[in-house]
Design a protein around this ligand. Structure first.
Ligand SMILES: [Zn+2]
Length: 270
């Protein structure tokens, strides 16, 4: 299947290819759920569109140089009622502030330079993967991913590891960067990995921003995490194993039927 910008996020593309977000959507440790992932792939469940998603798209459209088209294509960005009718909704006005922060930092401009929204595919762990690089600059040996996040400094409780983790581990961003790096290497036949960078701007007021790079060691470690989990994901996606329900996500809550009555002590916080 030939991927383009218009079919990259399609159901068909997601069924044919694995992507990092799809992989994570199967894993409870990254907030995923096998039952929801399968229902999403076969079209019986559609995630309710979240505002935060649009804010990310808004900032990405700026990076791609297509913000004007994006605004024209999405009238929902504008307020339709009251005194503010016709103006950008306040959260998207704040996106403009975030964009200004990025535009005014020369190192960000440097990190985000290169070809935009580059689609690459390669076979990894026995299945085809697709990636989209926000900014691709192989001439200087880097690529960059742009993220609009709530905050950088928070800590998240990892129930499996019984420990706090930072946003990189919590959202599986090291996994994303490692798969992107490996797919780029395989797709181009390059001998060495590029150095993945992440440009982050927060939704705080005023926004914080940061550029983070990843080294070969974390790329290898993160690829191992994928390797250790991919066979289960492949089996569930192919319908060879029954998807497990988490009973917590949006899909599971919508389709929940109580199987057993819980003892009160099962409701542990940690
Ligand atoms: Zn679930």
């Amino acid at each position: 299947m030939q991927l383009t910008k218009s079919n990259y996020f399609s159901q068909e593309a997601n069924r044919h290819y694995m992507s990092v977000s799809q992989f994570k959507s199967f894993l409870p440790s990254y907030g995923g759920c096998e039952a929801q992932a399968v229902a999403t792939l076969n079209g019986t469940y559609e995630r309710s569109s979240v505002m935060a998603f649009m804010e990310g798209h808004y900032v990405h459209a700026w990076n791609e140089g297509t913000l004007d088209e994006f605004k024209a294509d999405n009238p929902d960005l504008y307020s339709s009622r009251g005194a503010t009718a016709g103006q950008l909704k306040s959260n998207f006005q704040h996106c403009n502030t975030m964009i200004e922060v990025l535009e005014n930092d020369p190192l960000v401009t440097k990190a985000l330079a290169g070809e935009k929204e580059v689609i690459l595919t390669a076979e990894l762990f026995g299945i085809p993967w697709k990636v989209m690089l926000d900014s691709y600059n192989p001439a200087v040996g880097i690529f960059a991913d742009l993220k609009a996040l709530k905050e950088i400094d928070g800590k998240w409780w990892n129930k499996d590891a019984q420990a706090y983790e930072n946003f990189l581990d919590h959202y599986g961003y090291t996994i994303q960067m490692s798969v992107y790096t490996e797919v780029e290497k395989l797709a181009t036949g390059r001998e060495q990995w590029l150095l993945p960078h992440m440009v982050i701007v927060t939704k705080q007021n005023p926004p914080d921003h940061e550029i983070i790079y990843f080294d070969y060691e974390v790329i290898q470690q993160s690829l191992n995490i994928v390797k250790n989990n991919i066979e289960r994901v492949k089996a569930v996606k192919a319908g060879l194993a029954e998807p497990v329900r988490c009973e917590k996500c949006e899909y599971c809550r919508q389709t929940k039927k109580i199987q057993t009555i819980k003892h009160f002590s099962e409701l542990s916080l940690y």
